[in-house]
Write a protein that binds this ligand. Structure first.
Ligand SMILES: Cc1cc2nc3c(=O)[nH]c(=O)nc-3n(C[C@H](O)[C@H](O)[C@H](O)COP(=O)(O)OP(=O)(O)OC[C@H]3O[C@@H](n4cnc5c(N)ncnc54)[C@H](O)[C@@H]3O)c2cc1C
Ligand SMILES: NC(=O)c1ccc[n+]([C@@H]2O[C@H](COP(=O)([O-])OP(=O)(O)OC[C@H]3O[C@@H](n4cnc5c(N)ncnc54)[C@H](O)[C@@H]3O)[C@@H](O)[C@H]2O)c1
Length: 481
């Protein structure tokens, strides 16, 4: 804002938060709860990528499709599903979940907690100083007495493929906000976003081809990924793994041809590029904080408190911190950072050791993630490879999910589960489930890992009969109990 004379307006606050995604909102909430004042700066929509173009719209699209599929998998209920999915209603329901891309409710929430909301693009312009350029060109210079928190999220990475820059392709933003399903959709990138959206659009009526440079969902155990691959292929989705894309061409009729190394070209009406994201650090003025970005544009070391290495006033949380690109983990970092800044504001040095309230320790050992394909993938903690890389001595037990609860849940239920066990203290280092609706099992595993519960004690956590959770009993028996 300016005062009408063209001069910058000046503001002073305890903490400036740049970015009002879920993570920025949460850090502001903790700062205010801790007795500080905060200005939250947002260039686009308050609520961020997650609310309008990522988690919420994608899951809003997926849920009705999964619900229909689930009913069809239960004899007696299947007979009640006599129609087809109402594609228009699915998109309309998604529109409700994104509040029709109107952030009035989120702005009201931010102001309701007592923070000041400022619409504009923020950049660091000096020590503890942020300059905000409003959409109308007005400038506000904000001085922070305590800290500046970066919560600017991430931006998509576009691979350097010949011809791609001349094609009007979809990113995940366009896919999650689409109002129609293309006849033929090609998806470049077999990560979480690509696989979820591939199945969603296939179920909305598109003929879908996925092109993955490596194996799809490569960070998950392969037998778990196989349950997803088999299901998606059964639904008619073509999946090319370990396949390089050599060039992309657009024709005058709007179709796109994707030339592959070692496979026939793919012709599509739309190309979705979902090949990963990187921290949103462009134009943030980090040089004014003495921070040098890494080659890939990431921040240097960010401590578990969120403090950026080499400064005592700059913090980073959520996607921009570059640790874990998940909403729930970013919000967890926000709680630790907000509490740390508030606790430090009186001049004391809070104990920010592992598992203290001021350190996002779980980022390293207990990150839960769900892939909302159908069947779902749900994993927390380390895979065998990650555990061994971290120097742990581990053993595994794995088995198909075949208990009374799963057989009742869906006819022909197919699932897979694995425990990664740290042999030094007989606790869990990682757990993976694959199968319909396993996402709701995941928190049990997260509690066991974060709580470092030994298997001997876990044996006394009796799963209710007949639920899918009974797989815990089978896993523990196989582990020697
Ligand atoms: C398709 C898709 C689906 C996903 N689904 C899930 C899911 O189901 N579950 C899950 O946990 N995660 C999911 N994610 C990841 C999730 O979206 C991110 O981890 C999450 O949005 C990170 O939150 P954030 O607040 O750090 O960043 P963002 O949500 O990106 O918010 C950052 C905000 O900062 C603003 N900003 C940036 N620069 C400036 C600036 N200079 N000045 C002012 N404002 C600025 C942006 O406009 C934005 O509003 C998904 C991602 C994608 C792409
Ligand atoms: N359910 C969820 O929690 C959820 C859903 C979607 C996204 N996300 C998060 O959002 C972030 C972004 O998702 P994403 O799927 O875009 O990223 P990602 O990093 O998970 O996957 C990107 C994929 O693209 C591939 N790739 C890279 N370059 C390629 C090329 N030239 N050709 C073909 N493939 C190529 C990579 O090998 C990788 O498999 C992720 O970190 C993810 O965790 C989470």
């Amino acid at each position: 804002m300016s005062d009408g004379t063209g001069e910058a307006r000046a503001l002073t606050t305890d903490v400036v938060v740049i970015g009002a995604g879920p993570v920025g909102e949460n850090v502001a909430d903790r700062l205010i709860a801790g007795g500080l004042t905060a200005v939250v700066v947002e260039a686009d929509l308050a609520g961020g990528e997650c609310s309008y173009w990522a988690c919420m719209p994608s899951k809003a699209l997926i849920r009705p499709l999964t619900a229909v599929h689930a009913a069809r998998a239960v004899d007696g209920a299947a007979q009640a599903v006599t129609g087809t999915v109402d594609v228009e209603r699915v998109f309309a329901r998604r529109d409700e979940f994104t509040s029709h891309w109107d952030d009035a409710g989120q702005v009201e929430w931010i102001e309701g907690i007592g923070a000041t909301f400022l619409r504009g693009r923020g950049r660091i312009s000096g020590e503890r100083e942020v300059t905000v350029m409003g959409a109308d060109g007005a400038t506000t210079v904000i001085t922070a007495t305590h800290a500046v928190v970066l919560a600017t999220g991430s931006t998509p990475v576009t691979p350097p493929i010949e011809g791609l820059e001349d094609v009007a392709f979809w990113g995940t933003r366009e896919a999650t906000s689409a109002h129609e399903a293309p006849d033929r959709l090609a998806v470049l990138g077999g990560g979480v976003a690509g696989m979820e959206l591939a199945q969603a659009f296939a179920r909305l009526g598109s003929t879908v081809t996925v092109i993955a440079r490596s194996g799809v969902l490569a960070t998950f155990p392969r037998p778990a990924v196989k349950t997803v691959l088999d299901a998606l292929r059964d639904e008619g989705i073509t999946i090319h793994e370990n396949t390089a894309t050599t060039r992309v061409d657009a024709a005058n009729d709007g179709t796109v041809t994707i030339t592959l190394d070692g496979a026939d070209p793919v012709v599509a009406d739309r190309l979705l590029v979902s090949t990963g994201r990187r921290p949103a650090t462009d134009g943030l003025g980090l040089e004014h904080a003495g921070v040098r970005l890494t080659e890939k544009g990431g921040l240097p070391e960010v401590a578990p408190t969120g403090q950026v290495a080499g400064t005592d006033w700059l913090f980073a949380v959520g996607d921009v911190a570059g640790k874990v690109l998940l909403t729930h983990q970013g919000k967890y970092e926000a709680r630790a950072t907000g509490d740390f800044i508030a606790a430090r504001a009186d001049g004391s040095t809070p104990d920010a050791g592992p598992f203290s309230r001021y350190a996002a320790t779980a980022d390293e050992v207990a990150v839960p993630q769900v892939v909302f394909t159908d069947p779902e993938l749900a994993m927390v903690g380390r895979t065998v490879e990650q555990a061994r890389d971290a120097g742990l001595d581990v053993r595994t037990v794995e088995l198909p999910i075949a208990v009374a609860g799963s057989s009742l849940h869906a006819d022909g239920y197919t699932g897979w589960a694995q425990l990664v066990i740290d042999t030094s203290d007989d606790t869990l280092a990682g757990v993976t489930f694959a199968g319909p609706d396993v996402s709701e099992l995941l928190h049990s595993a997260t509690v066991a890992i974060a709580g470092q519960v030994p298997l001997d004690r876990l044996w006394h956590a009796v799963p209710a009969y007949p639920t899918i959770s009974e797989v815990w009993l089978r896993l523990l028996e196989k582990a020697g109990r």
